[in-house]
Structures are given as structure tokens and as C-alpha cells.
Design a protein around this ligand. Sequence first.
Ligand SMILES: *Cc1c(COP(=O)(O)O)cnc(C)c1O
Length: 371
Amino acid sequence: MKEQISPKPRKTLERIKDYTPGKPIWEVREELGLKQVIKLASNENPLGPAPKALEALERCLGELHRYPDAEAVGLRRALAAKLALEEDQLLIGNGADELIRLISETFLEAGDEIVIPAPTFGEYEFGANLMDAAVVSVPLDDGFGLNAAALLAAVNAKTKLVYLCSPNNPTGTYLPQAELELLLAGLPPRTLLIVDAAYGHYATAADYANGLDFVRRGLPVVVLQTFSKIYGLAGLRIGCAAAPAAVIAAIRKVKEPFNVNALAQAAGAAALDDDAFVEASRRMNDEGRRQLYAGFGQLGVTYTESMSNFVLARLGSDAQKLYERLLGKGIIVRNGGSWGLPEHVRITVGTPEENALLLQALGELLAEAGE
Ligand SMILES: *Cc1c(COP(=O)(O)O)cnc(C)c1O
């Protein structure tokens, strides 16, 4: 039972569900008394933080008594050069999560609607609920494909925002460039498209597009990227929004002045320069995906081919039990229940050794269940 407090929190907060993060390593160590724990639950970079970011962090520790740069000029300059955009087309957030909240605060009035594919990343819904806007969910196709026509069909006069997560979390599927063009072309001017390309760096398909070209062409799109995944900086919280300058100026109005801390700004700019690390991360992920596919194939586990750094695997009606038993063996994956996928788990691609341990543990559990 919920305790009544006075004054009453806003009514719309009743719709907000708790976010369930991937279980932290320390918690599993503590609860289960395990020494070796492998976390494949939050799509973090198994290679650790970008080395150039670590060097930059050491260099700025002595300046921590200063407030950070409110406009993150150094990081925006580096990003603008990297992405071939103008600095006023970029906004940095305390993670892409913050940017989703800021976009919600900028555009959503009570009663407005957002359109999202389902299942997808939970923050879009959170932002809408916060602003008392309604969420219209469009189911993915069979095989979890994103469908531009289906998203467009859900758009009406109240639709302010359409979110497209590509590659999509938790399925790893993506919307090919031609369909992304169709989606944008089909939207009325009153509706803004947000392309969340948090996993764009891992996509290897030739027809994948992260949406940045739309922004370069001056089209009304917001593209989100993050330093939490391929740059290995999830703990520092750095995200980036790219959009036409006027859209960025509007979103900037609702941002706190010092939303991105000084360490994050310095590390982010340095990480952008760490091409060797990004390349190694991409290559390891590519090989890891294939290692997991092959292993799942041998175990008779069906999975969805992924353009991301995780793979959605279908374990059937025992999925919840298998998730718990993997935890018991010190392997943390993500349970599909919160996405309405009770027969699935989402497994982050780890190092070759971590992938092998996951496959071995899963194999043992499936063999026991089959006896
Ligand atoms: C991880 C993730 C993000 C990035 O979140 P941060 O707040 O930058 O850590 C954004 N979108 C999706 C779909 C993600 O999975």
C-alpha cells in the first residue's frame, strides 16, 4: 500500500513505473556471496573506458573547484568537427537520458501524444508521463522489425514527438535508410522525429543510417548519441543531441546551467579522438555477436540478429527461471519481463571469455532442464 502524503504529488506521477536497471555487480556479489560476477545486462563496453578519456581525467582533477563550462564548448567543438555539424546544432546532456527528459519538457503539453515502437527504450515513455502526455505504442512487426508505415499510421493532430530507437533497444533491429526517409517525409511539420542512435556505432549493415545526415541537410530531426556505450563512459553520464539550431536553442532553455560535469566534458572530448579504442570495441562486438549466434545455434536457442552490442534471445516459458539461475552462477543478463517479453532475455555482448562463460552456463542449465 502506498502511503498518502500531503501535499499530493502531481496526478501524472502515478503513471510512472520504477526503472529497473541491470543488477549491479556488487549486489550479486553481496546477495549470493559470489566472487566472480559477469555483467552482461546494461550494454556497457566490456573493454572498459576509452584510454584517452582516462588520461584527460587525470589532467583536470586539479581544476575541480571550478564550475564546469555551462555550454560545454570544448566538447561541442570536438563533436562538431567529428560529425561535420555546426556547434549550435549540438547540445550536451547528463547522459542521453537527460536529453530525452529535456526534449519532453520542451515540447510536450498535457494531453499531447508521443508515438513509440513497442517494445523500446523506456525513457521516452517516462518523459511523456512526466509531462502528462499520452503514449501511443506501435507494436513491432513479427521478428521485431521497426515499421515506418505503422508508426506513421499512429500519428494524429495531437502527436508532437515520434521516437525511433535504431538500432532498437531491446531488440537490436534497425530501420533501413530508405524507410527512415519515408518516415520523415510522412510526418507533418507539427511532429518532431527523434532518432535515438545510442547504438549506431555498432551497426554494420550498409543500409543503416543514424539520422545525422538529416540534420546536416537542415531537416527537422533530433539525433541522440551517447558516450555510455562505445566510448565506455556510462559512469560519467554524457549524451549528445544533434538538431537544427532553432530546435537546439529551444531545448537549451530547459537545461540546468551546469548539467554536464567538468570531468565528463574533458573525458568526452578526449574519447572522441580515441579512434583505436572505438575500432577495437566495434571489432570485438562484431566478433562477439557472431560467437553468441553460433553458441545459441548449438544450444537450439532462437535469437534476433542484432545491429547493436546486445542480443535478444528467446529462452521460452522458463526464461525467468533461467535468468535467476544464471544469476546464481554469477552471470547477470537482462530479464525481458519489463518489455513485455517474458520469454526473452537481453544479453550484452561481452569479451570473448565472458561470452564463452555465458554460453557454457546457459548450456548447463538447458541440459539440466532437459533431463
Ligand atoms: C543506453 C541508452 C541510451 C544512453 O543513455 P545515457 O543516458 O547516455 O547513458 C540512450 N538510448 C538508448 C536506447 C539506450 O539504450
